[in-house]
Structure formats: structure tokens, C-alpha cells
Design a protein around this ligand. Structure first.
Ligand code: GDP
Length: 201
């Protein structure tokens, strides 16, 4: 159960470190393509249906900071790390490259990172960008959970088909993947419970 959430700081440049308060604390990061539904998932997860904490994007590809939120939960405190969305075609290449290096710097340091939630749009399945991200996380040996977003947009039959296909393309265990809808709340409790196990073993 989540008790409270507050913004704790951000990394906006190469060479910057995680906010002081987040150091030595368990952190879990969220990654996905721009527009995959990351802000919506984070707000839903944190029970922020009215006062959003993560900004739902009016203009995709704009969240250009690694944002840290301190979350107080009944099991203990942890930090939720919101990584900038990738794969926004209209973002200038130089900016995309800059962001790749900022993210890479944070992930390779991985001092306090206990795991990642990788978001994949259930309708489209993993894109080339997604697969690249997943390969990278595997190389870094970061434990990854998958949230398959916007599940409400598919019929029951289509969902099962897409779920199986995405699991296969990603080469993961079905237990690592959770269908999620920010709209109707599907997957919220399952994701929270799984994160609880990861953060507070
Ligand atoms: P982000 O760029 O990954 O942070 O994505 P956002 O959370 O800003 O969502 C992008 C768009 O998808 C917005 O128009 C959201 O309203 C919509 N969206 C996000 N999650 C869901 C969902 O679970 N179901 C539906 N139907 N739409 C969603």
C-alpha cells in the first residue's frame, strides 16, 4: 500500500547524480517508448487519479529528465525513477543521443537500482526500440518486469493473442509480464505486489 509520494529531484545532465535523499535507498526505474502510457501507469500505480504526479504528455518526447519520486509504502520507503521516453521520431537526433548517454550513465552506475519496469504497448507489441532497450537491460543484468500497457483497448481474444506474441518476441517468462490498463486499473495490484517483492525481499 502506498502512503505518500513526493518529488525528490532530477538528473538533467551527464555527470549529475541521483538526488542525495535517493542514495542508498532501493530504486525502481520505469522505461518505455514515448506515448506508451508511462505517466498514466505511474499515476495509477501511486493512486494519483486526481492530482497527477507524473505529467501525462501533451507533447510526446518532451519529458527530458530522469525524475525521482520518494514513495512511502507500508513495507518501507523506496524511490521511483521515471526515465525519459525513447523512440520519439520527431526529437532531434542530437538530443536523442544526449539522452541515451544520460540514461546509460545512470543505468550503468546502477548503484541502488533493484530493478526496472519496461513498458510495452500491448496493441503494437515490442518495437525495434523496445527490443534494443530490453537487450541493453539484459546486458546490464538488471532484473526486468514487463507491463503491457493499454490492455483495455483490445478485445479479450486479441489480448491473449498479443500477450502470447509479445512474450515470445521478448523471449521472457509469462510470469514476468503484467497486462496493465491505466483506464480501468487492471494489473495495478499485481504490479504493486511484484514490486513489493523486488524492493523488500
Ligand atoms: P507517456 O508518454 O508514456 O508518459 O504516455 P502517457 O501516459 O502520457 O499516455 C499517452 C496517451 O495514451 C495519453 O493520451 C493517455 O491518455 C493514453 N493512455 C495511457 N494509458 C492508457 C490506458 O491504459 N488505456 C487507454 N485507453 N489509454 C491510455
Amino acid at each position: 500500500r502506498i502512503k505518500s509520494v513526493e518529488f525528490a529531484g532530477a538528473i538533467g545532465q551527464l555527470g549529475q547524480q541521483a538526488p542525495e535523499s535517493a542514495r542508498g535507498m532501493p530504486q525502481v526505474a520505469f522505461s518505455g517508448r514515448s506515448n506508451v502510457g508511462k505517466s498514466s501507469l505511474i499515476n495509477r500505480l501511486l493512486g494519483r487519479t486526481r492530482t497527477a504526479i507524473a505529467r501525462v504528455s501533451q507533447s510526446p518526447g518532451k519529458t527530458q529528465e530522469i525524475n525521482f519520486y520518494r514513495v512511502r509504502a507500508d513495507l518501507g520507503d523506496f524511490f521511483l525513477v521515471d526515465l525519459p521516453g525513447y523512440g520519439y521520431a520527431k526529437a532531434p537526433l542530437a538530443l536523442q543521443k544526449k539522452w541515451e548517454s544520460v540514461i546509460a550513465e545512470f543505468l550503468t552506475a546502477k548503484t541502488d537500482l533493484v530493478g526496472m519496469v519496461q513498458l510495452i504497448d500491448l496493441r503494437t507489441g515490442p518495437t525495434a526500440d523496445d527490443l534494443r532497450s530490453v537487450d541493453y537491460l539484459a546486458q546490464l543484468e538488471i532484473p526486468v518486469l514487463f507491463a503491457f500497457t493499454k490492455s483495455d483497448k483490445l478485445s479479450l481474444m486479441k489480448r491473449q493473442e498479443q500477450f502470447r506474441s509479445a512474450v515470445q518476441k521478448l523471449g521472457i517468462d509469462p510470469d514476468q509480464a503484467i497486462p496493465f490498463s491505466a483506464l480501468n486499473g487492471e494489473g495495478t495490484q499485481q504490479l504493486l505486489d511484484t514490486l513489493g517483492e523486488l524492493l523488500f525481499p
